[in-house]
Ligand binder design. Structure first.
Ligand code: MG
Length: 382
């Protein structure tokens, strides 16, 4: 299977966009610009890894805004964009294809990535382009003659290349600073295909661009998911509830650590983004989940929300059992869930109830849990 690595260049100073910090670290809707680009690329099924190139001294800030996302590498950029890309390429080592992208274009449509990768089947490089709609005239102290715009194209990123061709072009480069990577590959004698670009890929350059891009992010909508789970109590098992170990005479039976509370919560989050259920993501028949900590399931669901460009707003969990008493552990469970989901405590609710000694929970045969999760998503529209 051929491999694609995305290389995001985020090494610029981005001062024209204002705000006192480089624009790639400024927030656009739910997250920093750089993280938009990262998530769009990293969540594309054809992209295996992401390498990020940042300005010297920004490595820590970059990892901080990426939170738990794990790039293949965070590389220190050079004095020019070309040097920055070169550093990133050298850090990739080996791959079949590379997508080179500027972080200042946060909204990367998956359809453009599809077209680029498809075009690489018959070319060494591919770029997304758009026609020029405005009249273009030569600059001067007064208006110069009109340039024939039918012969012009706006070239965007990401740009896709066969990795070896791109790396060789960079290593051999002796010319002036190129404006993009496609020109380097083209000048090295390779064919660069053009595919349809997308206005969503416009670059953020000046402060006004933020408002335009926020509008393109679309309307923020809220979705709610629910989850429910039951596990049987048995002797000789550890009891895991809400991500913590609770001292009790019995524990829950299950393939993983059987944390019924985290299972209900995971299903609630998956439900909010219509991403199936926990059994589809972590089949009980798969031996790798034997005894697995359910925190991994919950973190996976949270990562899916992130990849969809969403944010978990609130979760509400109810644990249903006669014993143990949940009250003494409630704060620890809340704190643990807040930590796993990277939420503030006021967004995590943990409740407990009994069933008045009725039914299986009342007889102490098992523990049930139900959960509700609210997620906000930006519905992108061009
Ligand atoms: Mg379960």
């Amino acid at each position: 299977m051929s491999k694609t690595v995305a290389l995001i260049v985020a090494a610029g100073k981005g001062e024209r966009a204002g705000g006192g910090v480089p624009k790639q670290y400024r927030r656009l809707g739910p997250k920093p610009i750089l993280v938009h680009a990262y998530d769009r690329l990293a969540s594309h099924p054809a992209v295996h890894d992401v390498v990020l190139v940042v300005a010297p001294g920004e490595e820590e800030r970059a990892q901080e805004v990426l939170a738990r996302r794990k790039p293949l590498a965070i590389v220190t950029g050079g004095a020019t964009r070309r040097e920055s890309v070169r550093n990133g390429l050298e850090a990739i080592g080996a791959t079949d294809r590379v997508l080179i992208h500027d972080a200042a274009r946060p909204l990367v449509p998956g359809s453009v990535i599809d077209r680029l990768i498809d075009a690489l089947r018959s070319a060494d490089g591919a770029v997304p382009v758009l026609p020029v709609a405005d009249t273009i005239a030569e600059a001067g102290p007064v208006l110069g003659p009109v340039v024939d715009r039918s012969s012009l194209l706006r070239v965007q990123t990401p740009q896709a290349f066969r990795f070896e061709a791109m790396l060789a072009a960079h290593r051999a480069w002796t010319g002036d600073e190129p404006t993009d990577d496609a020109q380097m590959v083209r000048i090295a004698g390779h064919e660069v295909a053009i595919v349809a670009g997308d206005p969503m890929l416009d670059k953020i350059t000046v402060p006004e661009d933020f408002a335009i891009m926020e509008a393109r992010l679309g309307d923020r909508t809220f979705r709610t998911g629910m989850g429910f789970d039951v596990h049987r109590l048995a002797d000789g098992e550890e009891l895991w509830l809400g991500g913590i170990r609770v001292p009790h005479s019995q524990g829950l039976l299950g393939h993983s650590d059987a944390d019924v509370a985290l299972h209900a919560l995971t299903d609630a989050i998956l439900g909010a983004i219509a991403a199936g259920d926990i059994g589809q993501h972590f089949p009980p028949s798969d031996p790798q989940w034997r005894g697995a900590p359910s925190s991994r399931f919950l973190e996976h669901a949270a990562a899916l929300v992130q990849a969809a460009g969403g944010r978990i707003e609130h979760v509400d969990l109810t644990i249903i059992c006669e014993a143990p008493k949940i009250g003494p552990h409630r704060d620890a469970i809340r704190a643990r869930i807040a930590d796993l989901l990277r939420l503030s405590l006021d967004r995590v609710s943990v409740k407990a109830t009994t069933t008045e000694r009725l039914g299986f929970t009342g007889r102490g045969e098992g523990i049930a849990a139900q959960a509700v999760a609210t997620v906000s998503l930006y519905e992108a529209h061009p």
